[in-house]
Design a protein around this ligand. Structure first.
Ligand code: GTQ
Length: 345
């Protein structure tokens, strides 16, 4: 590929003329914005061990009362983007949130979509659009765009969860904002029970549900059991992986980021192909050796790491006796909608 003219090749007075009129020559930057073959990526392969986060998060609990934080979160920031950008990848935000017994994080709703993966503790809940979603370790709770949500805690010990949002994308689109609200009235609980069996959905008087987000809580006991059943029933399957979907449509459960749960069989090594979206991995149970290009991480329970797009990722269960369970988040729904989704061998 031919080298193109540089900015310095242009006469100073010409460059000044251009800048004065808010004009920029393309050719000195063309290769930077359209690099050959593989995109430029700021996203670095990074691991955030929970053992590092936990003491600092508990310290935040002592330093900053919930009233002064609204959401008491330490953001898992990728240094490749600059820490102040609060990005794990181009489109993914990750935060570890702490709620102490008796605390309440007030109701609001915002344009970014959020999900929570519960990391530790019992007794907390999120109320989403009037539905009280109990938080237990490994549960996935959706807070889709525009739905009211607030967090409360009726238990005895700190509760911690991982927030995953498409905030960086919405912020970049100049479409990220919040609306404050009053405490919600709990209208119903455990609507997820209506969708507990795969292949059947409620159809009262021949009518199907019309809610865009019918299922808000995906209990870990159910997902774990489904993973184990899949591993048992299909020993030849390439990967024991389940997608979190909208049970009414079968589509991804949210529009921008995609979520799945993965079981690594005892002793299993799984090579994920290089794909265009960035990928976040969070260890729910067990331990995993992760290889991302020439980087190596060891994930213990509650650890989180991320990989840029267009690189292969290899996952190896550290145990030869127990399965390992991972929660995966990626940008594939977005890439598919944009028509830029790719897998490379
Ligand atoms: O719990 O509503 O990590 O609004 C960032 C923004 C969590 C939340 C975050 C939020 C929330």
């Amino acid at each position: 590929m031919e080298a193109l003219g540089r900015l310095e090749d242009l006469p100073e007075d010409y460059r000044v003329e251009l800048a004065a009129r808010n004009l920029v020559p393309l050719w000195p930057s063309l290769r930077a914005v359209l690099p050959p073959g593989v995109p430029a990526r700021r996203t670095q392969a990074i691991c955030w061990p929970y053992a590092d986060i936990r003491p600092l998060l508990l310290q935040a609990g002592e330093l900053t009362p919930i009233e002064k934080a609204e959401r008491r979160v330490l953001v898992l920031a990728n240094p490749g983007h600059g820490l102040e950008k609060m990005q794990a990848s181009a489109s993914i935000y990750l935060g570890m949130q702490l709620l102490l017994p008796g605390e309440w994080a007030p109701a609001h709703r915002h344009t970014p979509n959020a999900v929570r993966m519960i990391v530790e503790g019992e007794g907390a809940y999120t109320t989403v659009a009037g539905e009280k979603c109990v938080m237990s370790r490994g549960d996935l709770i959706l807070t889709p765009t525009g739905l009211w949500h607030e967090h409360g805690h009726e238990g005895e010990n700190p509760v911690v969860w991982l927030d995953v949002l498409d905030l960086p994308l919405l912020y970049y689109l100049e479409a990220s904002y919040v609306t404050e609200g009053r405490a919600q009235t709990v209208a119903n609980t455990a609507a997820e029970r209506a969708y507990q069996r795969g292949g059947v959905v409620p159809s009262p008087l021949f009518a199907r549900g019309a809610k865009p987000f019918p299922m808000l809580r995906y209990p870990w006991v159910e997902v774990r059991a489904a993973l184990c059943a899949l591993a048992d029933s299909q020993p030849e399957i390439e990967a024991v992986q389940l997608a979190y979907i909208n049970p009414e449509t079968g589509a991804d459960c949210q529009a921008i980021l995609g979520y799945s749960a993965l079981l690594l069989r005892p002793g299993e090594t799984l090579a994920l192909p290089a794909r265009s979206p960035a990928l976040v991995m969070h260890q729910i149970e067990g331990g995993t050796e992760v290889a991302i290009a020439d980087q190596r991480f060891t994930l213990a329970e509650a650890d989180t790491c991320c990989a840029p797009g267009y690189v292969g990722v290899t996952l190896a269960n550290r145990s030869s006796e127990q399965p390992a369970f991972l929660f995966l988040a990626d940008e594939s729904p977005l890439h598919k909608k944009l028509g830029i989704y790719e897998t490379r061998a």
